[in-house]
Design a protein around this ligand. Sequence first.
Ligand SMILES: NC(=O)c1ccc[n+]([C@@H]2O[C@H](COP(=O)([O-])OP(=O)(O)OC[C@H]3O[C@@H](n4cnc5c(N)ncnc54)[C@H](OP(=O)(O)O)[C@@H]3O)[C@@H](O)[C@H]2O)c1
Length: 243
Amino acid sequence: MIAYVAMTLKNKRVVVIGGAKGIGFAIAELAAADGADVVVASSSEANVNAAVGRLPNLTGLQVDLRDEAGVAAFFERLGPFDHLAITSGDWGGTMYASVRELDFDQARDGLTVRFWGSIAAVKYGARTIAADGSITLTSGMLAHRPVRSAPMTTAIAGAMEHLARGLAMDLAPVRVNAVCPGIVLTEHVKAQMPPGRLQAYTAALPIARSAEPAEAAAAYVYLMQSTYATGQILPVDGGGLLV
Ligand SMILES: NC(=O)c1ccc[n+]([C@@H]2O[C@H](COP(=O)([O-])OP(=O)(O)OC[C@H]3O[C@@H](n4cnc5c(N)ncnc54)[C@H](OP(=O)(O)O)[C@@H]3O)[C@@H](O)[C@H]2O)c1
């Protein structure tokens, strides 16, 4: 019989790509509070430095998920680590566009950071991640609750979930999961979404509000700590899948 040992992230090395802001920064804060040695990375050196300024125990490194060679160099420089969370997103031009008006160049580009960028990070990160480590990707509720004029966003979020399932088999025993957030009040969302639209999205939820970044981050940290969870999609959606 295997004795269950409650996992903490104490002395674990946690890497958050997309960690300079938003949900990623909240993951970094929570993992650091649990004792992890945290590395945050994103494409802008200035954003990385700002994140390290806000939470001085962090290490910051620049990486652009659009650049495969840069991603390879990032992981070579990083060396061994235990857990990887990827929250990078570029909120590209086709996020809200009907297929009737779809610009194909923009639509293809919409896959570059979230989908292909995650695959690049996993490809090179898999070389140095601990065998008992984990990777957590990011999906989104539009995968399950499509709305008008957002077919690409639904498709990309869905692709992230199936990618997590496929990778969980491909990379075992390294665990691979995805978090599926509902609306999370990050700086970006606050700046881009008018309060009326936010309210329209959340009014019918069992928990009728948006999530705070820390509430979404808790799901990523849980999946890092959960030594028997792999291939799972964890919704943090205020009950959005029920309605
Ligand atoms: N917030 C929500 O309501 C919500 C809901 C469902 C799903 N999601 C998904 O969850 C993820 C995180 O959302 P968020 O609200 O936390 O976003 P955010 O605040 O905009 O943060 C995104 C992070 O990704 C980084 N990034 C962008 N392009 C990059 C690139 N090429 N290479 C590396 N890093 C890059 C950004 O930093 P730099 O600009 O410095 O690169 C930033 O740190 C996104 O994929 C989003 O689609 C969010």
